[in-house]
Design a protein around this ligand. Structure first.
Ligand SMILES: [Zn+2]
Ligand SMILES: [Zn+2]
Length: 504
């Protein structure tokens, strides 16, 4: 069993259930959607057990017609657990040889060897897998499960499990089927940290292909976001404002506080947009318990908070598609703070700065080929390389050299700042610094931060102050004002406020 495939399917299932139940998936019990779709199986079991009334069976009943009567009543409760409408044929077979039929049934329900009882049932009733699995299921739902050979074979294929069920009605096949679902149950419990029944695991497998069909991938979201008959500008603006909330999560009422747009407007717009998308994707109508349709859960995950406000979180695939189409979103406060608070990333930034310094200290400076102009257009995002300090975007030392050259080897915060001559070249010693730190490269998917317009020349003192000192914001503000237009022309569109947050 490939756990990666299985876990991915758990995720698809969770997302499917959450869309149709309008809340977080916290297990099968009490989930109104799962109970509506799958709850009937336990009911079938309970009712069939009542009809069987096994405690009233005796060996002497075999041949009297009593056992087959009980079974026929239990069979009638089958719901959709048996595919074909063969009630007539099964009954005919029982009526044709009541004594043998009842001996087979007695062995299934009260015998002591289930393997033999199964094979006897196959030879008496024929290789009707769903019928025989149903017979065992209503004996004990914690051990046995119903089967629909084709549907389960398809589901197992999705789960990366190779098992032949069609035209393979045998005890061996059935035992293999049961043990696979038992394994899935155990893995499901670990993945979600909750307990489920064997029948719940069966429901998961039963639904997995439906869940897959209902999964809206990033690619599908990209199309939807660009289809203005599905999402209008107003809807996109709403999505953007949720995107900008911490963890892309907010209640409508705190949105109202921020934007002044009333809660009802959010509810109406998002509900309608969700319904349009669901219709476009041919999803079955998503009904609430009260019979009204629910649209918001197509776009968001949601849950009630303790204060009874309802919280929405943009679905991850939708958030990714939004980022791709609107890269400026990546510069939101939440993203910047997440990176700033990651000590490892920031330590890596200083380390990378120093590495460039060390490299420069040994190269020959070619002062005659002076670099005067910035490139003026966005350049390609740099390569991500593995270093002993973790992953990092590659820096070209030539660009640092160009930037120092352009600055005339002076401190760009203040050209008067004292410096000294380099050992390896007859020029002033200054250090290159990436004004928008390279650690934020992911916020600029369509540009590189390793470009001369973003590299400033600083005296040692200013460079240390900008990284480690108080008052760094004065230096940053001055440098930002010098560079903001050049940065913008190279696809690095950033406000001073955003830049300052990066240094906090
Ligand atoms: Zn630096
Ligand atoms: Zn300086």
């Amino acid at each position: 069993m490939d756990k990666l495939i299985l876990h991915n399917c758990f995720y698809l299932f969770q997302s499917f259930v959450e869309m149709y139940s309008g809340g977080r998936f916290n297990g099968f019990e009490g989930n109104y959607f799962l109970e509506r779709e799958e709850g009937y199986k336990s009911k079938v079991f309970t009712e069939a057990q009542k009809c069987l009334n096994l405690s009233s069976w005796h060996k002497e009943s075999i041949g009297t017609g009593y056992i087959s009567e009980c079974f026929k009543n239990a069979y009638k409760k089958k719901g959709n657990l048996i595919y074909y409408q063969d009630g007539g044929r099964t009954e005919k077979r029982i009526n044709g040889n009541i004594k043998e039929a009842e001996a087979v049934l007695y062995d299934i329900y009260l015998g002591d060897n289930d393997a033999i009882a199964f094979e006897k049932a196959v030879s008496f009733f024929g290789a009707k897998y769903d019928l025989i699995a149903y017979m065992f299921f209503i004996k004990n739902k914690d051990t046995y499960l119903p089967i629909a050979p084709q549907r389960f074979e398809d589901a197992f294929e999705t789960l990366g499990i190779d098992i032949k069920l069609q035209y393979n009605c045998s005890w061996n096949s059935y035992s293999a089927y049961l043990s696979i679902i038992t394994e899935i149950k155990e893995e499901f419990e670990k993945y979600f940290s909750l307990e489920i029944s064997l029948l719940d695991a069966h429901s998961f497998v039963w639904m997995v292909n439906e869940a897959k069909k209902h999964h809206i991938t990033k690619e599908i979201w990209l199309e939807i976001l660009q289809n203005d008959s599905l999402l209008k500008q107003n809807d996109i603006d709403i999505l953007k404002s949720f995107y900008n909330a911490p963890n892309h999560t907010s209640t409508c009422s705190s949105m109202e506080e921020k934007t002044g747009i009333p809660v009802a407007v959010y509810n109406l717009a998002v509900g309608k947009a969700g319904n349009r998308i669901a219709k476009h994707l041919n999803f079955k109508t998503n009904y609430r318990e009260n019979g009204k349709t629910r649209g918001w859960s197509v776009l968001f995950r949601g849950q009630y908070l303790q204060d009874n406000h309802f919280e929405w979180e943009i679905k991850p695939e939708l958030a990714e598609a939004l980022e791709q189409l609107h890269p400026e979103l990546l510069l939101n406060q939440g993203n910047i703070e997440r990176i700033t608070k990651n000590a490892e990333i920031i330590a890596n930034e200083y380390e990378a700065d120093n590495e460039v310094e060390r490299e420069i200290s040994t190269v020959k400076f070619v002062t005659q080929s002076e670099f005067k102009q910035f490139v003026g257009v966005p350049r390609e995002k740099p390569e991500l390389v593995e270093t002993k300090h973790g992953k990092r975007y590659k820096r070209e030392k030539q660009r640092a050299l160009n930037a120092l050259n352009r600055a005339g080897y002076l401190c760009e915060y203040n050209k008067e700042h004292p410096t000294f001559l380099r050992k390896n070249a007859n020029v002033n010693y200054t250090e290159s610094h990436h004004l928008v730190p390279m650690a934020f490269q992911d916020c600029f998917p369509n540009a590189t931060l390793d470009t001369e317009s973003n590299i400033v020349s600083l005296c040692s003192n200013c460079h240390n102050q900008i990284h480690y000192g108080q008052g760094a914001e004065i230096i940053i503000t001055e440098l930002y004002n010098q560079r903001k237009d050049a940065l913008k022309s190279e696809g690095i569109d950033i406000s001073l406020e955003q830049l300052l947050t990066m240094y906090k």
